[in-house]
Write a protein that binds this ligand. Sequence first.
Ligand SMILES: Cc1cc2nc3c(=O)[nH]c(=O)nc-3n(C[C@H](O)[C@H](O)[C@H](O)COP(=O)(O)O)c2cc1C
Length: 460
Amino acid sequence: MSRRIPVTASVSPAILGEKLKFSTSGRVARNRFLKAALTERVSTYVHGDPEKSGLPTPQLCNMYSKFSHGGFGMIFTGNIMVDKIHLEAAGNAIIDPSLNSPERREAFGNLAKAMKSDPEVLALAQLSNAGRQTPQFLCDEPISASDVQLMATRRGYGFGKPRPLKLEEIKPLVIDHFVFAAKFCKDAGFDGIEIHSAHGYLLAQFISETTNHRTDKYGGSLENRVRLNLEIFEAIRKEIPAETGFIIGIKMNSVEFQEKGLKCNEALVMCKEYERVGFDFIELSGGTIEKLAFSHLSDSTMAREAFFLEFAKEIRPQLTKTLVYLTGGFRTVPGMVKAIQDGVCDGVGIGRPITAEIDFPAKILSGKIQSALINPFDQDFAISNIASNTQMWQAQQTPYNSNVDINAGIMDMSNEKVEEHFRSAVQKYAEELVALAKTGKPLYGVFNYTPEQLCEKVAA
Ligand SMILES: Cc1cc2nc3c(=O)[nH]c(=O)nc-3n(C[C@H](O)[C@H](O)[C@H](O)COP(=O)(O)O)c2cc1C
C-alpha cells in the first residue's frame, strides 16, 4: 500500500500553477514547480579516458522525457561538470572545451530534446566544477580557492588536499569553462543554465571563508569572494545576450552551518549583487558535504517544512527583479502554498519526492494529492540520496509512454514491505562501497536495485 504524508487541512494548489516571468531573459515558466538538480551518475565512464566519459546515454534521456511530462514549469539536469577532471562523481555528464566533438554534441542534443519532449517545459542544464569535493580516486590534488582539504568521506571515498588556483589560472580554467559549457548547452537546445554555487562545490569554495583564504581580488571581503560568480555571469552574457531568451540562474547557499561558513546576512548581500547584474533567478539551498543540511536540523524547522525557509524569508523581500526558488524539505501543498503566500519564495524546488513520483506536480495541480509519498529515509540524507539515485536509475530503464504509468518500475518506499527489503539491501550495498573504497578502485554508477528483486524475495 502506498502511504502519503498526512495533511491536516487541504488547501487549493491554484497559486502553485501561476506563471513566473524571468525579467532578464523574458522567458516564462508555466508554473512555480522546479525539478531540482539531482546528480544521476550514469553518463558513460571509462576510467582514465575523458574522451569516452561524460556522454549522456539514451537511458538518461528516457528519464528526462518522463520528467518533461511530470507537470513542472522548469526542469534541471543533475550537475554537468565543466571540467573533465573535477567531477562530483564518476558518471557525471561532462562538457569541457578539450572534449568538444560531434558525438558529445549529439548526446547532449538528445538530452535537451528529451527534456523538451513537452515543449512547454523550460529545460536547464546545471553547470558545476567540484573543486576540492572531487573524489580522491579521480584526482589527488584538485583545484580550489585555497588549500583547505575536505576532511570527510562520501560513499566511502575521501578527498585530496587541494591546490589554490593561481590568479592567472582563474580565467582559463574556470571562467572560460563555464562560458564554453553555457554556449554548448545553448547550441544543444537547452533554454538556459543554472550555475552551481552551493553545497561546497568550487564556486561555493570561493564564496565561503571556510575554504577561501585568498589575499588577492578573489579573497577577503564579501565583494571579492562573490567576484568570480559575477565575472562568470558577465562573460556568459557577453556571448549569449539576454535578447536570445537564454535563462541564467544560480544555486547558492543561504547559510552554511559552520563556524566560518556563509551567514544569511552575507547571502543577502550576494543576492543583491546577483540581481544587480541580471541573474534571472536564484535558487536558495544550504549546507556542504562537510556539514549537510538536507534534513531538519532543529524541531522548529520541521513545522515550517522547508529547511532554509527562515533564511529565504530575509532574502526574498529584498529582491524586486530576480526570482527566488527555494529548495529543500517541501513535502506538502499547504507547506508550499504558505511559503509562496508569505512571500518567502516565488517558486518551489523539489528533490527527493519526485524521484519516487515523477508526476508529483501534475498530480498536485490537478487536485489529486496534497502531499508526497512517505519516504522512510527522508531524515537520513546518505540513504535517501542512494535511494533517489536508485529510483532515477529505475525510471531510466523504460522510455516515456503516455499509455503507461509514468512511475512504473520505480520502487515505492512508502510501502512497508519495500522499505524493509530496500533497507537491508542498501545496508549491504553501503558495506560494499566501503570495501571498494578501501581498494582505491573507482566507483562508478549507482545502486542498481530493481523492484523485481523485491518481488522474488516476497514470493520466496
Ligand atoms: C540524489 C540526489 C542528487 C543531488 N544532486 C544534486 C546536484 O547535482 N546539484 C545540486 O545542486 N543539488 C543536488 N542535490 C540536492 C537537491 O537538488 C536538493 O537541493 C536537496 O535534495 C533538497 O531538496 P529535497 O529535500 O526536496 O530533496 C541532490 C540531491 C539528491 C537527493
